[in-house]
Design a protein around this ligand. Structure first.
Ligand SMILES: NC(=O)c1ccc[n+]([C@@H]2O[C@H](COP(=O)([O-])OP(=O)(O)OC[C@H]3O[C@@H](n4cnc5c(N)ncnc54)[C@H](O)[C@@H]3O)[C@@H](O)[C@H]2O)c1
Length: 303
């Protein structure tokens, strides 16, 4: 099966590419290396240094007709979206429309879109479900939600099968300190540089941290399942920032100093996603708990 991974040189995309190559798919990657790295990318994948907004991307899809497109390429940095909303919208909305337009005239098996819990904004719930209202509070959340809506509409007009996956806070090897939700990457970077871990607020704020390899498995499950639907991809477990620090302390085996600073304006206190729907329809469930996931990430950073 011929598959295209946009953003395949990025943090999540490169792990997906590794697994697809291992499973002997014919893997093609489009990436402009704005944040991705060549070193992350498997040499067994075919690489095209294109921009998802450009003609080259559209032509490539029209001519090569991949069976499945995993669309991960995005501007995924929340603060950048707040400073440069036009750049963010251009990549995340226009880039997605460009890909959809290319899919209009050929029988693609599935478009699988990487979305985010940021579409839910500041909603207060023990577990946020897909039925809850998506009311983003960042331009990044808004551009991803808008891209989802374009996918839904274009797909209904032109019969393009799709699955939208909304991830919790993804972490794992190759994550850089920029990008979405990277408190774990930031802490590991500070540890490596022997700096104190900087916690905003009292550290009791919680997030739904999900290991990157579980995200890869959700993408694979979506090839055959979950057509025309949206799924939260999460652990449905809340872990506080202080708990992350404690696990890192156990792994580091050397004193770890911590500095608490003022809470950031606009930061949400708790965010946890319900994953029942993905379990039921994608037949997927997260397999890696926070202890093993952090151990593997720590090992990657310190080896
Ligand atoms: N990391 C997270 O916690 C998280 C959470 C929810 C959703 N997501 C989504 O998952 C996807 C992957 O995120 P990531 O964390 O791996 O980010 P990343 O920045 O590491 O990867 C994005 C990749 O897309 C490429 N890219 C960006 N703009 C491009 C363009 N115009 N043309 C071609 N390539 C382009 C980058 O070079 C990079 O390789 C994104 O769609 C993001 O919104 C990430």
């Amino acid at each position: 099966m011929k598959v295209l991974v946009t953003g395949g040189a990025g943090f999540i995309g490169s792990h997906l590419v590794d697994q697809l190559v291992k499973l002997e798919y014919d893997v093609h990657v489009i990436d402009n290396f704005s944040t991705g790295k060549r070193d992350f990318l498997s040499p067994l994948a075919h690489l095209y240094k294109f921009d998802i907004r450009g003609n080259e991307t559209r032509q490539w899809i029209q001519e090569e007709k991949p069976d499945v497109i995993f669309h991960l390429a995005a501007q995924a940095d929340v603060s950048k979206s707040m400073n440069e909303p036009r750049v963010d919208a251009d990549t995340n909305i226009n880039g997605t429309i460009n890909i959809l337009e290319a899919c209009r005239n050929h029988d693609i098996k599935k478009l699988i879109f990487s979305s985010t819990s940021a579409v839910y904004g500041n909603i207060v719930r023990d577990r946020i479900s897909e039925k809850d209202l998506a009311e983003p509070v960042s331009f990044y959340g808004l551009s991803k939600r808008t891209a989802e809506t374009y996918i839904q509409l274009i797909s209904s007009l032109y019969d393009i099968p799709f699955t939208i996956l909304r991830y919790g806070n993804v972490y794992g090897p190759r994550q850089t300190v920029k990008g979405e939700g990277g408190v774990i990457a930031v802490f590991l970077d500070q540890l490596k540089k022997q700096k104190p871990l900087n916690i905003h607020g009292d550290g009791e704020q919680t997030r739904d941290f999900i290991f990157v390899k579980d995200i890869v498995q959700a993408n694979l499950a979506a090839i055959e399942r979950g057509n025309r639907d949206i799924f939260n991809i999460s652990t449905a477990q809340s872990t506080s920032v202080n708990q992350i620090v404690n696990i890192l302390r156990q792994l580091h085996k050397q004193p770890v100093s911590v500095r608490y600073s003022a809470a950031r304006k606009g930061d949400i206190q708790d965010s946890c996603l319900d994953n029942q729907k993905a379990k039921k329809w994608l037949k997927w469930k997260p397999k890696i708990d926070i202890h093993s996931g952090l151990a593997e990430t720590y090992q990657y950073v310190f080896s």
